[in-house]
Ligand binder design. Structure first.
Ligand SMILES: Cc1cc2nc3c(=O)[nH]c(=O)nc-3n(C[C@H](O)[C@H](O)[C@H](O)COP(=O)(O)OP(=O)(O)OC[C@H]3O[C@@H](n4cnc5c(N)ncnc54)[C@H](O)[C@@H]3O)c2cc1C
Length: 264
């Protein structure tokens, strides 16, 4: 039999995560429910959407605290997010369709670990820490450290903690305007002169483009060319490499325009 439970606290969640039955986590369901054979016949589905605190957006000094259950629609419209992490506002505004944005969560996007996830490169550019919970214990790690592994069974993302990154740009290449799986994304965030630059959908996990990042921070006009070369070198021999290298130049121009305050 398949049960459905919606814990309201971490204490309730811990009691529901018993080792004698398989459990499946769900937040907005936009990845989980459309996956082939996504619903098991036996076990328990644990709906995280009512877990206290998972939907919080708060500030602490000049840091932004996000619960994993914050929806993409709230990211797109929240003033505190726009002020402290505009890279997330921009990524959220080009994410899926309005219906998807209303359900999809930031934690689900990162946990699902898709190479085409839009929020993961944006959070990495913003130098986010991820807060994890497992077996009653909480810990905070640089998000970067989650790239090399998947979450353990029963491990939950509670949320993210970001330093202020007043400049932010996010540009995306897809096969159509929306909704589309990203073929290439660029995310840049930080203070002027110390931006961090990541590309998404260029491999299994987002890639920090350190060469292009240095030119971006120096205001060097060779930025777009360098970025295109760095992406081509990252994926040699793939059918899409040449196309993405060319498209990267256009995306780089759009990113510069956003960072200068001129872009949409
Ligand atoms: C039409 C359509 C368009 C889309 N467009 C985009 C797009 O433009 N950009 C993009 O990046 N993605 C897109 N997606 C993918 C999807 O919407 C996102 O990845 C979304 O953020 C997933 O969040 P969710 O809350 O719906 O996750 P769910 O489907 O509920 O869960 C996804 C996975 O994460 C796990 N999980 C969820 N929350 C947690 C947590 N707090 N801790 C641990 N594990 C957790 C679940 O167990 C599951 O394995 C699209 C999907 C569809 C169907």
């Amino acid at each position: 039999m398949l049960s459905f439970l919606a814990p309201r606290s971490l204490t309730e969640l811990a009691a529901m995560l018993t080792p004698d039955r398989p459990s499946w986590l769900i937040a907005g369901g936009t990845d989980r429910l459309i996956a082939p054979a996504s619903l098991p016949a036996e076990g328990v589905i644990l709906d995280l959407s009512r877990l206290a605190g998972l939907d919080r957006i708060e500030t602490a000094g000049d840091r932004l605290i996000l619960g994993a259950g914050v929806t993409v629609a709230r990211l797109a419209s929240d003033d505190r997010v726009a002020r402290l992490a505009p890279v997330l506002t921009r990524a959220a505004r080009v994410f899926g369709s309005p219906q998807i944005r209303n359900r999809a969560t930031v934690g689900g996007n990162v946990a699902n670990n898709s190479p085409a996830a839009d929020l993961t490169p944006a959070l990495l550019a913003a130098d986010a820490m991820v807060r994890l919970w497992r077996g009653g214990e909480e810990r905070a790690l640089p998000l970067e450290s989650l790239l090399s592994r998947t979450l353990d069974p029963g491990e939950i993302i509670l949320g993210f903690d970001l330093p202020a990154a007043p400049l932010g740009g996010f540009v995306k290449l897809g096969q159509r305007q929306e909704p589309a799986i990203s073929r290439l994304t660029l995310a840049a965030a930080g203070p002027k002169g110390a931006l961090r630059l990541y590309a998404g959908a260029v491999g299994p996990v987002p890639r920090r483009l350190t060469g292009a990042e240095a030119l971006l921070n120096a205001g060097d006009p060779g930025f777009a060319d360098s970025l295109s070369r760095e992406l081509a070198a990252a994926n040699p021999g793939r059918a899409s490499t040449r196309y993405k290298a060319l498209a990267a130049r256009g995306l780089a121009e759009d990113l510069l325009s956003q960072l200068s305050g001129a872009g949409a």
